[in-house]
Design a protein around this ligand. Structure first.
Ligand code: SF4
Length: 325
């Protein structure tokens, strides 16, 4: 059971919004599939490409992203030899994407219009109302746990932005989808609040970052039959109203989660606190609990099935080492 953790991440909010039972299993019960349970690997291609490029754009000690990925896959295969076949396939995909990205940069000169102002960092920023920490129904104060993307300045127009790397299946998705994407809003809000915690006025904090520059990499191997383009950059601005309204959404979600935790901690049945939101066409591809979900409702030994297929892990592992504020 999650105890004493005050940080709310975008992935936890996403889980809560999508399905309360998914949140219950992934964040309250902290369940994750046991390694080697299926032929796929536990490594996320998206996270790995992101981390390799974050290392490449580190202004102090930049790292070759292909070498970064090679090292990460080597370690992963050593740790999970039963997943070697799936990992080698993913390694090939990641290598093709990253090598192609470096070629794309050399051909287009995309980076010559950017000044990298700092490295990506992970922070835990408090949410305040009238300067006072927000206190949730379970007595905890609320912190936003987020990555701050590498700050950049675009030379042509002087805009200060945050550079976010993202893998995608569709390079031409409509801009409106990016503008309402809670991940980008949360990262932008975290940067804004981080600047305020360091003494900036709201105007200074906003001028320090007016949006996210999304660095898109298409998730394809670039074989001879694949059609370019494979890379693109999209400007995703958020104005101050969008940031303030997102702040309200975050506080509401945190309040709902804290209330659910309080009731579950008191022993209330999960069926009455966190019911499922089944979307059968979606559940089968977006939920790792698809196989066991019906067993929670049909009188089966749900706990036995859960413990056979899943194990406990820290869902906030990715944020280890976050800067406390
Ligand atoms: S399978 Fe669907 S309904 Fe069940 S926990 Fe997952 S998202 Fe929720």
């Amino acid at each position: 059971v999650r105890k004493g953790a005050l940080g709310l991440s975008n992935s936890e909010m996403k889980s809560w919004r999508r399905c309360h039972r998914h949140w219950y299993l992934s964040h309250y019960r902290r369940m994750k599939k046991r390694a080697g349970d299926d032929p796929g690997s536990a490594l996320s291609v998206g996270n790995l490409v992101h981390d390799a490029l974050a290392a490449y754009y580190d202004p102090v000690a930049p790292v070759d992203p292909v070498e970064y990925a090679d090292a990460a896959f080597k370690l992963e295969i050593e740790a999970h030899p039963s997943e070697e076949t799936a990992l080698r396939k993913e390694h090939e995909l990641v290598t093709a994407m990253l090598k192609g990205y470096l070629e794309w940069l050399a051909q287009t000169g995309e980076d010559s219009n950017l000044t990298i102002l700092g490295a990506e960092q992970t922070v835990r920023v408090p949410l305040r109302s009238q300067g006072e920490p927000i206190v949730l129904p379970n007595g905890e104060t609320l912190h936003l746990l987020s990555k701050l993307d590498a700050p950049v300045e675009r030379i042509s127009d002087g805009q200060k932005l945050a550079l976010e790397h993202k893998t995608t299946g569709d390079l031409n998705a409509p801009l409106i989808g990016y503008r309402i994407d809670a991940q980008f809003l949360t990262e932008h809000l975290a940067r804004f609040l981080h600047a305020m915690e360091q003494g900036a006025t709201p105007e200074e904090a906003y001028n320090d970052c007016s949006g996210i520059l999304v660095n898109l990499l298409k998730k394809v191997k670039r074989t001879s039959s694949a059609k370019p383009p494979f890379y693109n950059r999209v400007d995703v601005p958020h104005n101050i109203y969008e940031l303030r309204n997102h702040w309200k959404h975050v506080v509401l979600i945190a309040t709902e989660i804290a209330d659910a935790e309080r009731r579950l901690d008191a022993g209330e049945d999960h069926h009455t606190v966190v019911p499922p939101t089944p979307l059968p066409d979606r559940c089968k591809w977006d939920c790792e609990f698809f196989r066991v979900c019906p067993l929670a409702d049909d009188g089966s030994d749900f706990e036995g099935a859960l413990n056979a297929i899943y194990e406990e892990r820290d869902p906030l592992e990715r944020y280890t080492g976050a800067e406390e504020m």
